[in-house]
Design a protein around this ligand. Structure first.
Ligand code: TIU
Length: 220
């Protein structure tokens, strides 16, 4: 069984029951000129994850292991977006409004899709989710059941929002989660720092934290 050096201690996983989850690496969040940057966010804090994540995905695919990609977004008629979410944020820069890369966070728009560097391969699973967590209002549980998944390697953006929500949901559902510090990003460095600490604190209250080279080494 591969073992990865992690916080708060070694993380052991059986690759045959482990899925790599890549959360919301979407143009709306990561691209210069996109929705995230238009809100005043520093996208370089997210973009530093692209290179290590691409290397991890290559190794993971090379080992024949499953990758699950997620995208946060909504139906064009916004029927799956609760008013409490829709009405949040600056008017004219809300979900469904026109943005630089199409309607903001609307399925089918250019900005809603995953950045070119990390595009899913044909046949890989893409979970479209209306919430921050990847389990809420999706069939992710059923997908993982079918794969026989027990452990998740969690990557993507943003650390304290969709990554945290998904890890908390997964933790309550009985999955062991390893979060990779170099493959998750926050617009806010202090949230990145404390967000990772919150996962591994108290003996791994939500899971473990490591970095991608140690996972790549473990599956080779
Ligand atoms: N994917 C995700 O984290 N969605 C967000 O809205 N994140 C923010 O940090 N805003």
């Amino acid at each position: 069984m591969p073992i990865v050096d992690a916080q708060p201690g070694p993380f052991a996983f059986d690759p045959d029951s482990t899925a790599l989850v890549v959360i919301d690496m979407q143009r709306d969040f990561l691209m210069p000129g996109g929705f995230g940057e238009s809100l005043g966010n520093d996208v370089s804090q997210l973009r530093r994850t692209i290179e290590p994540l691409a290397a991890l995905m290559t190794a993971w695919r090379g080992a024949g292991l499953p990758i699950i990609h997620t995208r946060e977004g909504h139906l064009p008629d916004l029927s799956d977006c609760p008013p409490a979410k829709l009405n949040r944020g600056a008017p004219s820069m809300r979900i469904g409004d026109p943005g630089a890369f199409g309607r903001i966070l609307i399925r089918g728009e250019y900005g809603h899709d995953i950045v070119d560097e990390l595009q899913p391969l044909p046949g890989e699973t893409v979970v479209d989710k209306p919430g921050k967590g990847a389990f809420y209002a999706t069939d992710l549980s059923e997908i993982l059941d079918k794969l026989g998944t027990k452990s998740l390697i969690v990557t993507g953006v943003t650390t304290e929002v969709c990554v945290h929500t998904t890890v908390r949901e997964a933790n309550d559902r009985g999955y062991e989660c390893l979060v990779l510090a170099d493959c998750v990003g926050s617009y806010f460095p202090e949230f990145q720092h404390v967000g990772l600490k919150m996962i591994a604190a108290q003996g791994g209250i939500f899971g473990w934290v490591a970095s991608s080279p140690s996972v790549i080494a473990a599956i080779q």
